[in-house]
Design a protein around this ligand. Structure first.
Ligand code: ZN
Length: 487
């Protein structure tokens, strides 16, 4: 019987809230724990978690493999999934291909996407993210209007609801971040025709956040975003920050991804982008702020982010794909007391697997420094000092802040949403590996399909490697892709 057929046979069992689970090995805040009993409450959150339970109760469901928490994908543009693999040829006649030429081609795809197509693309993406070990995704949602720049007549949030519908169908958690986007560049030039469907001012961004939150959709959260300092004027950034005074949710902003952006920011605002955000009284950077990329920063900027307790979202595969440059990972890990809150984003979705993001983060540093285990350090169990464990532990906490705001509980702890991943104990990369090296092997021994089962809010959403809606979702996605590419 195939994996898919076996998973279908369990459909009924898979859709019920499960009470008690038992795992031989589970990733806890202190590192790996053995013989772990996990109790799911009726609210879909962990009620209690006990370690060293050698004789689980008879009704406990035994999980046959190492268990890890799900990870938050802290930065997504769902529509760009339709572009993955299709931008890997040098632009015709262009002598040089970089972020800016990629962006022109991305705009051409964005111009053609309507709510039905976005729903089809996002559902496919969500299934792939769940299978890649992400159980919640933060959508930096700037594809907001019709192609001609007018709001959708029936509902200006039609595209945001398409994303929420996809999340409901696939059962991934979702944070929608409407985006302040109002100009073409630091010179204040108006939006180009292809950017008009991205337009939203500070008041509109705040109102959209309020509507998404008020809808109270299951496992759908709201925050706000600023596209970048080049796409939003200082007054508008401050206006949105004023709206958000007293608000506990996340505030995301693209920053310092490209050197050209840094140079233009210095010329226009007299400071580098992170420096400007950190020093502007009307912005008041704090723990709600999530700086996406923050690739090109000085030591002083790293210290300022650490002092503000703001987070940084690293998108290693996209940053590599776009030729953005390498961030100083060690500086972020070591800054201040306990380092900066870091999270992982799959961004343009050239990869939908967090193990690949962690691997590339460390490998980029090895290539740059001509050294090994660059991200190692810290304190605690040996697996927490290893590069994979250190970045992973930081990304679990940082991802929770990026999705829900400061102080959110996440991981295998009481009160957190009952999300988990079960690794396939028969995965070749794990055969014969000691328990405390499990994460190292999952990240650096490039397993093919490490997650056998995935749970979100106490429900199984992937069983035996399959999502129960994956065939129908793939068919709709393929049709949407063909339509987007039709002449
Ligand atoms: Zn982005």
């Amino acid at each position: 019987m195939s994996r898919v057929a076996r998973a279908r046979g369990r459909r009924t069992a898979a859709s019920a809230l499960d009470g008690t689970l038992w795992a031989p090995l589970a990733w806890l805040p202190t590192g790996w724990g053995e013989h772990v009993l996990l109790q799911v409450g009726r609210d879909g959150r962990w009620e209690r978690i006990d370690v060293g339970v050698h004789a689980p109760p008879a009704d406990a469901q035994r999980l046959d493999g190492p268990v890890l928490p799900g990870l938050v994908d802290a930065h997504s543009h769902a529509f760009q999934r339709a572009f993955a693999g299709l931008a890997e040829r040098r632009a015709e006649r262009a002598g040089h291909d970089d972020f800016w030429s990629w962006r022109e081609r991305m705009y051409a795809v964005a111009a053609r996407i309507e709510p039905d197509a976005l729903r089809a693309i996002a559902s496919q993406l969500d299934v792939e993210l769940l299978k890649g070990g992400y159980t919640h995704v933060c959508e930096f949602h700037y594809l907001q209007r019709q192609a001609d720049g007018q709001p959708y007549a029936d509902d200006p949030l039609a595209l945001a609801w398409a994303l929420a519908d996809a999340a409901a169908e696939t059962r991934i958690g979702l944070t929608v971040l409407p985006v302040l986007y109002e100009r073409a560049g630091f010179d204040g030039a108006p939006l180009a025709p292809r950017q008009r469907r991205f337009a939203l001012d500070a008041d509109g961004t705040w109102a959209a956040c309020g509507r998404i939150a008020a809808a109270k959709r299951s496992h759908v959260h709201a925050g706000v975003a600023i596209h970048s300092l080049r796409a939003a004027a200082p007054d508008s950034v401050e206006r949105l920050a004023r709206h958000a005074e007293g608000y506990g949710g996340p505030i995301h902003v693209h920053v310092a991804e490209q050197m050209r952006e840094v140079e233009e920011c210095v010329a226009a605002l007299g400071a580098r982008p992170v420096e400007w955000l950190a020093s502007r009284p009307g912005v008041a950077l704090d723990g709600r702020w999530q700086l996406v990329h923050a690739t090109h920063v000085t030591g002083a900027e790293v210290d300022a982010v650490a002092a503000a307790r703001a987070g940084v979202v690293l998108c290693a595969t996209t940053e590599a794909n776009l030729g953005d440059g390498l961030t100083d990972l060690r500086a972020w890990l070591d800054a201040g007391e306990g380092g900066v809150a870091l999270s992982i984003g799959s961004d343009s979705h050239v990869s939908r697997s967090w193990t690949e993001e962690l691997r590339l983060l460390e490998y980029g540093q090895r290539l740059a420094h001509r050294a090994r285990n660059v991200a190692a350090g810290g304190a605690g169990a040996s697996e927490l000092q290893a590069p994979a464990g250190r970045i992973w532990q930081r990304a679990l906490a940082g991802g929770a802040g990026a999705a829900f705001g400061p102080g959110a509980r996440w991981g295998l702890v009481a009160g957190a949403r009952a999300d988990l991943l079960v690794a396939d104990s028969r995965e070749p990369a794990l055969l014969g590996v000691p328990p405390d090296r499990t994460l190292d092997a999952l990240v650096f021994s490039t397993p093919s399909a490490p997650w056998r089962d995935v749970m979100v809010a106490g429900r199984w959403v992937v069983r035996d490697g399959a999502h129960e809606e994956e065939d129908a979702i793939a068919a709709r996605f393929e049709a949407a892709m063909r339509a987007l590419q039709a002449p």
